[in-house]
Write a protein that binds this ligand. Sequence first.
Ligand SMILES: NC(=O)c1ccc[n+]([C@@H]2O[C@H](COP(=O)([O-])OP(=O)(O)OC[C@H]3O[C@@H](n4cnc5c(N)ncnc54)[C@H](OP(=O)(O)O)[C@@H]3O)[C@@H](O)[C@H]2O)c1
Length: 218
Amino acid sequence: MSNIFVIGGAGKVARRFIGQASERGHSVRALHRHPEQAADLAALGGVPVSGSLTELSVSGLADLMKGSDVALFSAGAGGRGGPETTAAIDGRGLELAVDAAKEAGINRFLLVSVFPDALRDEPHSEGFENYIRVKKQADVYLAESGLDWVILRPGTLSKEPGTGKVRLGPAVPYGVVPRDDVATTLVHIVSQPQIRREIIELTEGSIPVEEAVAGLVR
Ligand SMILES: NC(=O)c1ccc[n+]([C@@H]2O[C@H](COP(=O)([O-])OP(=O)(O)OC[C@H]3O[C@@H](n4cnc5c(N)ncnc54)[C@H](OP(=O)(O)O)[C@@H]3O)[C@@H](O)[C@H]2O)c1
């Protein structure tokens, strides 16, 4: 069983992940910003850890992360606060977390990223374009970190109940995916440490998650 540190622990994907990972016997600590989130995270089976990516130093975050063996970054500004906030959370926040993981001796690092070709068929704002650029730069930072990284690129997230079935691989057509199934996929990836230094795209699909993830093991 793994000891997992989740950054962005109060997020919608992260909460689902914490519940599912705890049920499977993993230990999960969840970084969150607001005191009122702590009780919910504990009820899901996680251990709440208070802190903000915009206030912590690398050493400060590393101190919080020490003792974990997997880091999961699922934080994001969600378009709130404009391009500077996106750069601070999705961009520099990821870099901070990668540097802190190294300092804390955590080698395995999972990142919830995005399809670079998301929503290509629709008109989109400069804010969205900036988000896609920042996410790609974050992917590059992690991929060049020397850690045992996995970059998961889900399609557009939905709050529909999970089906337990997905389509995933190094390149799949862009689509949508329930957050439940993103969380399930992450839980199965945690359990397959042979999956490393891979970019995995994920949408809804027809293959049971466990089978789809097992299919990625070389
Ligand atoms: N929406 C989509 O369709 C889509 C598609 C593909 C990928 N993604 C990516 O998937 C990831 C997870 O999505 P989600 O729906 O779970 O997002 P979410 O619910 O908005 O969760 C993001 C979390 O990041 C946290 N965060 C923001 N600023 C922070 C800071 N300064 N310090 C620490 N934590 C901070 C937020 O904290 P608070 O709870 O305090 O606000 C929130 O809990 C995001 O990175 C997103 O970019 C989204």
